[in-house]
Design a protein around this ligand. Structure first.
Ligand code: IPD
Ligand code: CA
Ligand code: CA
Length: 275
């Protein structure tokens, strides 16, 4: 029997410890670097990641870790693999736009099983584990009951390779903006999933993400009664490219809309390939 409650507590302590670093550096950054165009890393990312790793290494030294800034400790195939994003929403963080979170997910044999998503700026702590439900600040959360896409609000995001590929989600964004009451782009995938889980939005889709962006949020959505798959409703693996998360009721309708869309073509005039 897995000790999911214990892992959830350890993940919570780790997220809170990283949250102290996010609060400390908020509005006070000296070192902002670009890893690739638009993809930032700051001293706050590094300090927060160190704080998480300290806690995990102290309590669970045998578990593998995949952390955005320092990479893989252990193996992908290890039974227990923690996926850590020390700041999900670093661009927001650098601009003091308060959609930022520490995201800590545990994959057990590849299955997202424990998730903590913590926004220390807005003081929202989302927690979930398989079979144990999902909460925000200790209150149970549930997905929305919105029955139709035409009555829904959605959220999505755009990967950093959006400048160099026509498969950049712009066509999907335009199409679904017309089909719904609105599509938001908040800039932190883990919070996008947490917002589906608590019913603040009805659905979320995105491509080009990494396991540390989504491992924790997937658990929240599933434990809050929602559905997570690939765009075509096939099983989602954390290394798959396209994630679709909804309240469940809208899932088939949103999937069908996404599958209709052809990415904007290279002749759209967006200058792909130009520097
Ligand atoms: C990014 C955010 C954003 C998503 C990007 C991610 P980062 O993470 O989650 O919402 O659209 O694809 O890379 O770089 O802020 O950790
Ligand atoms: Ca991220
Ligand atoms: Ca990050």
């Amino acid at each position: 029997m897995e000790d999911l409650a214990r892992y959830l507590d350890i993940a919570t302590i780790a997220a809170q410890s990283a949250g102290v670093e996010l609060q400390r550096y908020w509005g006070n950054l000296n070192d902002i670097q670009e890893k690739r165009p638009g993809d930032l890393v700051t001293e706050a990312d590094r300090a927060a990641e160190k704080a998480v790793l300290n806690i995990l290494n102290r309590h669970l030294p045998d578990h593998a870790v995949l952390a955005e800034e320092s990479g893989l400790q252990g193996e992908w195939t290890d039974e227990y693999l923690w996926a850590i994003d020390p700041i999900d929403g670093t661009t927001n963080y650098a601009h003091q736009y308060p959609c930022v979170a520490v995201s800590i997910g545990l994959l057990i044999r590849g299955v997202p099983s424990v998730g903590v998503v913590y926004n220390p700026i807005q003081n929202e702590l989302y927690r979930g584990a398989l079979g144990l439900g999902a909460t925000c600040n200790d209150r149970p959360i549930h997905v929305s009951k919105t029955p139709k896409l035409s009555q829904s609000i959605l959220v999505t995001g755009f990967a950093y390779d959006r400048h160099s590929t026509p498969d950049n989600n712009y066509a999907e964004f335009c199409h679904l903006t017309h089909k719904t009451q609105g599509v938001r782009r908040d800039g932190a995938a883990s919070l996008d999933l947490a917002y589906v889980a608590c019913g603040r939005v009805d659905g979320y889709w995105e491509r080009g993400l990494s396991p540390w962006d989504i491992a924790a949020g997937i658990v929240l959505v599933q434990e809050a009664g929602g559905t997570v798959t690939a765009y075509d409703q096939s099983n989602f693996e954390v290394r798959s490219d396209r994630i679709l998360a909804t309240n469940g009721i809208l899932h088939a309708e949103l999937s069908q809309e996404l599958l209709k869309i052809t990415p904007l073509s290279l002749d759209f005039g967006l200058g792909f390939g130009a520097s």
